[in-house]
Design a protein around this ligand. Structure first.
Ligand SMILES: Nc1nc2c(c(=O)[nH]1)N[C@H]1C(S)=C(S)[C@@H](COP(=O)(O)OP(=O)(O)OC[C@H]3O[C@@H](n4cnc5c(=O)[nH]c(N)nc54)[C@H](O)[C@@H]3O)O[C@H]1N2
Ligand SMILES: Nc1nc2c(c(=O)[nH]1)N[C@H]1C(S)=C(S)[C@@H](COP(=O)(O)OP(=O)(O)OC[C@H]3O[C@@H](n4cnc5c(=O)[nH]c(N)nc54)[C@H](O)[C@@H]3O)O[C@H]1N2
Ligand code: SF4
Ligand SMILES: [Mo]
Length: 694
């Protein structure tokens, strides 16, 4: 602590090390300056190599979000109709007692009755403790339904695991020495800024950067080439790329023979994919595919590292799992894994030696196996009655770290479900989000500056510790504390419900150097520089599995293939334009939409549309348009932009519905259909029509 004597009184200033809690691959190390108990500035920790002293614009505004005038600081109870947003202040004691009594009544109806209760949570905080430690213990003891947390990367995660064996890959820092970087399905400048720094370093050293993305993003602007393929056609591109490598013999035969499985079969599959065929499906010029193959093949010939930064944008379509499998095969074909700066990174989260069971205590289930509900189909599931195959109707919903009414697909259905008068809903939140509007109780949660936590990362390989910088505001309590107190009200007496947050932090990574975490805020995992240089993939065979026997055993295709979108534009399609809805740079999913300075940068909900598609519809920049399909309609402003390719419109960002022109957002249009692998969402597999709003 430093004490400065300023003016006529001493001011106490202190800095606390923390971690950014947001769902972002960068997991930055934070340094919060606190003056007289008030957080006045959040900086990037210069001592953490990946953060490098720099935060994104969003999180550098963290104090604005934390001290926002609309923070929920007291428990609130609904007074008006569902969705009206009318609440009254109540005490913690009465809120918790009422919630506990409602849940107890449901659970008491029979041995499996607690399955009518569903926890709904995602990554509002990525912290392992405020995420799912005490909450998981609570729901395990209760016997509530399980939630399949699929909404983000399930398809790609499954595809990667079937091919490489887990969510593992290159170390991000080695991209700085790559010679060729394919940025595939990612707007890195917007959503993976600290990776972009390494890519820029590589660019300065002479690397070529190629962006593969239907949208001409800020990242595409800064790459040497941009391949603007149609959404959901990535597997076709990858297979044609393989065929080119095969016909030119740009292959590392030794690596393939030693460290891969199913080469002959994959070869046969790839040979079906002429450049011409892929070019037609992807909607790109043949020359672009040929040139991409030459660049990739040249790295083999010149023994230069070729790297792929694959991100989640390409796996939110019907064939997202297969597309990830196809792309994950590529590095093995040219032996890119032999070098630390070659290979692929999709997610590093599987690299961490985490003790999930110690945090979540599945033993509290005591032999019960509740059903699992998919968070993607919450819209349909809330509207289902009890039936065989489904089980009991959902009667209570406990939402934390998530804003499903805004972020889940087909939100017309989600809203209808949340509006059920017979549904008992509790939302733990910082703000009165679209979901909180439908709550029976809103419980005030602390932010990252007010609680402790521990973090892994899905974009690098460091563990980070977050220490509370300030006291909780108002009557806010940490998620852990809310579930501890609720457990006590329910009479759950296992001693694990008394564990404090520090005990939980320490339990997460038993092998991590906790002293180092306390001292410098992070610790780096011991990990080989080129983990798959000699094979050693964490697959059942230890090889890169081009052919997956486990998928074949389930009756699925053992090889990766192009799986067309559910909703492909074409003459017979009911709606002509493909809509993707990638994140806005200054929001994080639906978080920060209510932070004025950030919303001012984003402006208003926009639909980027190409000049040709706009002209055909008499649409001009700034016109209010109706974007619609069978699921619903969404009003926003059109923006004629070269960022949209013909045939594809970009509905940016996950805005709060209540800030939209007609009280909806893009998810009014997206569907609940699931991906080929992993039961993930298909947000970017969505056809629409656009017209001027009257
Ligand atoms: N600023 C900001 N950062 C974020 C987020 C945010 O909302 N805002 N979200 C965070 C979250 S939750 C996640 S999961 C991560 C990763 O989040 P991602 O969703 O991977 O985010 P983006 O980097 O925008 O990458 C998506 C890109 O994929 C493109 N795309 C869409 N469809 C296709 C397709 O079919 N094929 C290909 N090749 N590309 C396609 C989009 O145009 C977009 O540029 O980012 C995190 N970081
Ligand atoms: N159309 C479309 N829809 C999408 C996407 C897309 O690209 N397009 N992206 C999808 C993706 S990748 C994802 S990951 C999901 C994200 O979906 P969510 O994980 O639901 O993400 P957010 O919208 O950021 O909502 C998180 C909420 O958690 C709250 N929160 C944060 N910290 C805490 C805490 O400590 N305690 C409590 N109780 N609450 C907290 C925040 O205030 C915020 O309201 O959205 C998906 N939806
Ligand atoms: S959102 Fe991402 S880039 Fe921004 S501070 Fe957090 S981890 Fe870093
Ligand atoms: Mo995500």
């Amino acid at each position: 602590m430093t004490t400065y004597l300023l003016a006529d009184r001493p001011i106490q200033t202190q800095q606390t090390l923390g971690a950014c809690p947001h769902d972002c691959p960068d997991t930055c190390s934070l340094l919060t300056t606190v003056q007289d108990g008030v957080a006045i500035k959040v900086h990037g920790n210069p001592g953490h190599p990946h953060t490098n002293g720099v935060l994104c614009t969003k999180v550098s505004r963290y104090p604005e979000r934390t001290y926002h005038a609309e923070r929920i600081l007291h428990p609130l109870k609904r007074t008006g109709p569902k969705g009206s947003g009318q609440f009254e202040r109540v005490s913690w004691e009465s809120a918790l007692a009422d919630i506990a009594s409602r849940l107890t009544t449901i659970a008491a109806r029979g041995p499996d009755a607690a399955q009518a209760i569903l926890p709904y949570s995602y990554a509002g905080t990525m912290g392992l403790v405020q995420g799912d430690s005490m909450a998981a213990r609570f729901f395990h003891q209760l016997g509530a339904s399980f939630l399949d947390r699929t909404i983000c990367s399930a398809a790609g995660g499954e595809g990667l695991t079937r091919t490489l064996g887990g969510k593992v890959g290159m170390k991000v820092e080695f991209f700085a020495q790559s010679r060729l970087i394919l940025i595939w399905g990612s707007n890195s400048i917007g959503s993976n800024l600290h990776f972009w720094r390494y890519a820029q370093e590589a660019k300065r050293l002479g690397a070529k950067l190629i962006c593969i993305d239907p949208r001409k993003t800020e990242t595409a602007d800064k790459c040497h080439e941009h391949i603007a393929l149609l959404p959901g056609t990535d597997a076709a591109l990858a297979l044609a790329l393989m065929r080119e490598l095969i016909v030119h013999d740009w292959l590392d035969h030794d690596y393939i023979a030693r460290h891969t499985l199913g080469w002959e079969l994959l070869r046969e599959r790839a040979m079906e994919w002429s450049v011409q065929r892929a070019a037609e499906i992807c909607g790109v010029a043949r020359e672009q595919i040929e040139s991409l193959a030459r660049d990739y093949g040249r790295c083999l010939i010149e023994q230069q590292p070729a790297a792929i930064r694959l991100n989640y944008g390409m796996q939110r379509v019907h064939g997202g799992g297969n597309a990830t499998r196809a792309i994950a095969c590529l590095p093995a074909l040219i032996g890119a894994w032999r070098q630390p700066s070659g290979g692929l990174l999709f997610s590093s989260s599987g690299s961490f030696p985490m003790d999930r069971a110690a945090l979540q205590r599945p033993d509290l289930l005591a032999g019960r196996t509740p059903r699992t509900l998919n968070m993607v189909s919450i819209g349909d599931d809330l509207l289902r009655d009890s039936s065989t195959g489904f089980g009991p109707k959902i009667e209570a919903l406990i939402v934390y770290n998530s804003n499903p009414v805004a972020v889940a697909p087909d939100s017309g259905k989600v809203v209808q479900g949340f509006a059920r008068e017979d549904l008992f809903t509790v939302v733990l939140e910082h703000f009165q989000t679209d979901s909180a509007d439908y709550a029976d109780y809103i419980l005030p949660a602390t932010t990252q500056l007010e609680h402790a936590d521990i973090h892994l990362s899905y974009g690098h390989t460091d563990v980070l510790l977050n220490r509370a910088a300030i006291e909780p505001l108002g009557e806010a309590k940490a998620n852990t504390q809310i579930f501890r107190e609720l457990a006590a009200c329910m009479g759950f007496d296992d001693v694990c419900f008394a564990d404090d947050d520090e005990t939980l932090c320490r339990a997460a990574f038993p092998s991590a150097d906790y002293a180092q975490l306390l001292n410098q805020g992070f610790t780096t995992l011991p990990m080989a520089d080129a983990p798959f240089a000699k094979g050693n993939f964490p697959t059942p065979s230890g090889k890169c599995e081009f052919y997956s026997a486990s998928l074949a055993a389930q009756g699925l295709d053992g090889l990766p293939d192009h799986v067309p979108n559910y909703e492909s534009p074409g003459a017979a399609a009911p709606y002509p334009l493909a809509m993707i809805s990638p994140p806005a740079r200054n929001f994080l999913n639906s978080t920060f939409v209510n932070v004025t300075s950030l919303r001012d940068i984003e402006g208003e909900p926009l639909l980027e549309i190409s000049e040709a598609d706009a002209a055909a519809r008499g649409i001009w920049s700034g016109a209010v348009v109706r974007v619609f399909n069978d699921r619903g309609s969404y009003l926003c402003k059109a923006k004629l932009s070269a960022r949209a390719r013909p045939g594809v419109v970009n509905g940016l960002g996950v805005w709060w519905r209540k800030m939209g022109l007609n009280g909806t957002n893009v998810n009014q249009l997206t569907s609940q259909k699931l991906t080929d692998l992993g039961r993930g969402p298909t947000f970017y597999d969505c056809l629409v029509e656009v017209e001027l709003s009257t």
